[in-house]
Design a protein around this ligand. Structure first.
Ligand code: TYC
Length: 101
């Protein structure tokens, strides 16, 4: 037993998994004007007019659309900021977040 070598010879790398990115999702509703949705997307997510229109139209037609992905805290604060812009104007506009797989 004295000369039994129990030293591990393979290097074990620590598993440092990256924090997951979070999607910001635009949810369709029947009341918010299209131009207002486009304005919010441009203001909060810094998209072009064309990108904003395309995202708005996809949400309108399919029920929801991924706007962008960010670190969790940024995704959540942008979703809240964008949702609050709608609320301030009296619209039920909704942005949610969910982790990417
Ligand atoms: N459906 C809205 C309308 O017809 C426009 C709209 C699009 C609202 C996308 C929300 O996420 C949305 N006025």
């Amino acid at each position: 037993m004295a000369d039994t070598d129990t030293k591990r010879r393979t290097k074990v790398e620590p598993k440092t998994e990256r924090p997951r990115l979070h999607k910001v999702i635009l949810v369709n509703d029947d009341y918010t004007p299209r131009e207002f949705v486009v304005m919010v997307l441009k203001a909060v997510f810094r998209t072009t007019e064309e990108e904003a229109y395309s995202v708005m139209l996809t949400a309108h037609q399919k029920g929801a659309c991924v706007v962008a992905v960010f670190a969790r805290d940024i995704a959540e604060s942008k979703a809240t900021e964008a949702t609050d812009l709608g609320k301030s104007a009296g619209y039920p506009l909704l942005f949610t977040t969910e982790p990417e797989e």
